[in-house]
Design a protein around this ligand. Structure first.
Ligand SMILES: Nc1nc2c(ncn2[C@@H]2O[C@H](COP(=O)(O)OP(=O)(O)OP(=O)(O)O)[C@@H](O)[C@H]2O)c(=O)[nH]1
Length: 358
């Protein structure tokens, strides 16, 4: 369905173990036809036995992996990489991994991959892989807001240095990550050792079936339902809200650590007027854009047979995509999942009703 190269963003705090993970990935036979963009070759310390060919900013490894360094900005690097691929100057690659520097907020690169007209011709966002250091992670999460964001926007969480902590600490960290980001699988990586397959294929399109897998992508069931009437599977139409049922769905209080991150889902049982939904989202983005770390959803649009998928990171939205059909494994029903910072899920529920019930 889609010929663009899927891009995974590898993020994680300074010293979390990104380089160790990359070095392992680069040597992995399964990584053939993968291109990796890093800041400097020196950081990864490429094993010379694995190097087949190299030029100033590109190295081809015997695993088939192509490794490039960033020249100028990342957008230029990605553009030039795809031009060189078309010209046959670099081998064909079917996947791209971009390492961000430790402090970076992954949002700007996500925005570019979602909306840049030139880049989206050749690439599409697969997902965000965030490396969390089990030994220092809890402290880092307490003291660095960026690290909380990196974990909250992730599609895959890779836990490193698990050998350095006990079972209890690990459980606590996992519970904290579940609260921050309930849908992202947590994958252990002992000294960078991880199955590459576990990291990729986080996007809407399943590369194996070449079709959209909304249910896996959205994973709405992993989120606490913040709808006031909370009737996710009753099939009942959602009418004006009933205050007697309010508050019962807010027991998932994840603010124990003061992260201020809330992850929740909202549902809507009747077909949605697209303009009303768009107005609501626009209002949210205008007022709270920077605090809406991630929004994903599937929408049952009035007068529309096919489901429409929405996906946003802060102020920027992927153009809504119409899928060929409703997946057999999902109810035909609007479902949105949110990961937000310092915002109350009830506000989303109230305003959703106000905008959609017009
Ligand atoms: N014990 C243990 N140490 C690890 C593990 N993974 C990485 N390390 C060590 O952690 C240190 C930092 O790892 P790097 O891979 O350099 O981390 P990084 O995220 O690339 O660091 P920056 O590039 O500085 O952001 C290194 O000394 C690694 O050997 C692990 O699973 N267990």
């Amino acid at each position: 369905m889609s010929h663009e190269v899927p891009v995974s963003i590898l993020t994680g705090f300074l010293g979390a173990g990104k380089t160790t993970l990359l070095r392992h990935l680069l040597a992995h036979p399964e990584m053939g036809q993968t291109a990796v963009v890093i800041n400097e070759f020196g950081e990864v310390g490429l094993d010379h036995n694995l190097v087949e060919k190299s030029s100033e900013d590109t190295v081809l490894l015997s695993s088939g992996c192509l490794c490039c360094t960033v020249r100028g900005d990342l957008v230029k690097t990605l553009q030039s990489l795809s031009i060189r691929r078309i010209r046959g100057e670099v081998p064909e690659f079917e996947r791209l991994v971009v390492e961000t520097t430790g402090l970076a907020d992954p949002a700007p690169i996500l925005h570019t991959l979602m909306n840049d007209e030139i880049l989206t011709r050749d690439y599409r966002l697969d997902g965000v892989i965030s490396v969390v250091d089990a030994a220092n992670g809890p402290d880092t999460l307490d003291t660095h807001r960026e690290s909380v964001k990196q974990a909250a926007v992730a599609d895959r969480l890779v836990l490193t240095k698990t050998d350095l902590v006990g079972a209890r600490e690990l459980d606590e960290l996992e519970a904290r990550l579940v609260a921050l980001n309930p849908a992202a699988p947590r994958i252990g990586a002992d000294h960078g050792r991880v199955e590459p397959g576990a990291l990729f294929g986080a996007g809407l399109y399943d590369p194996a079936t070449k079709s959209a897998d909304v249910r896996r992508w959205l994973k709405a069931e992993a989120y606490a339902d913040a709808s006031a009437d909370g009737t996710p599977h009753s099939g009942a139409h959602r009418h004006h809200h009933d205050d007697t049922h309010r508050h019962q769905h807010h027991q998932h209080d994840v603010n124990r650590h003061g992260d201020g991150i809330r992850a929740f889902s909202l549902g809507w049982d009747r077909p949605v007027d697209w303009d009303h939904l768009a107005d609501w989202i626009e209002m949210l983005v205008t007022l709270y854009g920077g605090q809406i770390l991630r929004l994903k959803g599937v929408v049952d649009v009035e007068g529309e047979e096919k489901p429409v998928v929405v996906h946003g990171v802060q102020h920027v939205f992927h153009p809504p995509a119409r899928l060929p059909e409703w997946p057999a494994d999902m109810d035909r029903r609007t479902r949105l999942v949110f990961i937000v910072k310092d915002l109350d899920p009830e506000m989303f529920d109230h305003t959703m009703q106000a905008f959609l019930d017009r």
